[in-house]
Design a protein. Sequence first.
Length: 428
Amino acid sequence: MENMVLSREKRGAAVDWKKYRALFPHTFSPAEPALIAPYRESNGNNHAGLAGAFGPKLAEINAPSPAMVYLNHAALGPMHSEAIAAIERHNRERSCGNIEFWPDLVEVKRSFKNLLGRFINAAPEYLALTDSTSMGLNWLAQGLEWKPGERILLNDFEFPSNVYPFLNLQRRGVEIDFVKQRDGRIELEDIAAMIRPQTRLLSISFVEFLNGFRNDLKEIGRLCRENNVIFCVDGIQGLGALHLDVQESGIDFLVSGGQKWLMWPLGTAFMYISPRIFEQVHPMAAGWLSVEDSWEFFKYELKFLPTAERFEPGNYNAAGVAGAGASLEMFLEIGSRAIEQRILYITAYLIERLQENGYRIYTPLEPESRSGIVTFHHSNAPALFEHLKSRRVHVSLRNGFIRVSPHFYNNEDDIDCLMELLLGFDRD
């Protein structure tokens, strides 16, 4: 494949990536030489100088565990040091400072939603906190009023989180249609052909979890608007890796957990409900904080707040939001477009290394269809996965494929380490 690796200008050369890499305590640059030395030595190469050059550097870093190469952000992203520090500050204050600090909690949430609104180009009043992608999708599925015979359009390549909340509506007479994937792709023409007059909602992932196929949200959004279909997007495999603007894409409902590419703590997620459908989505749960005059404790009047806070019935994960906010500040400082360029460069480098060594890639190769995920075939994928894991190189084993998902702080050395182990495994 020609010209896969992006030019220096397009890989975010203006960003000091080493600065941000240093925020991740599990990371060394390059990866610990001891991980790959056996295979380099078997090739007859003398890398004593490499180990000597980086040995002192490794000794200087006060890491909680031995070095690792982490290429598994599509499963779970690590937290960086500033996010960890933000959580620790929150916990100290909660434990031995201003323990009952309700006004501060209100401000933390307000500030976080402002950051999030800037990140996806959404008004903060249409953003709600939740605890997972699954729960966010249930807020939508259960919040809409359904009539028997109305239809929902999904596809057969989705992670189950984006399927079960809608299958649960079949008991109300809602029909579910599935677009069939073609070699790991959801084709726009197949989506268009499956939309019927009764189709009320289409839900799809920004990026497909197995092979990283990037759906064309702008074109799918256009299709939905032309057919008056609610456009729902599961953003968890794209947000944090790729740029997304909910206005440009015409998204009606966006939900994402933050524990993968956004590198938030577990249990932190959000949903965006567009003005177009806001009044159509009724809160499936009510609580004292989802109504007006919540501090009038004996005023039992169910009058929901006019903002998306109506979907937040109780207290939120304050410690998680403290860490997520610090992470969002970092993402905004770098810029989502620069992050996307960097990730596409690193994954292009990986694709070229795999191709030049004869590995068959399941991930689409066109730049417009790629993301932060690179998936490839291997005849003994389970054993390879265990081999890499035992040497602290972390990837995923999914449906018999090896899935690699580097982030912006990863570099060519990390990819080279993976390839050394991969090639060594196959030689042995």
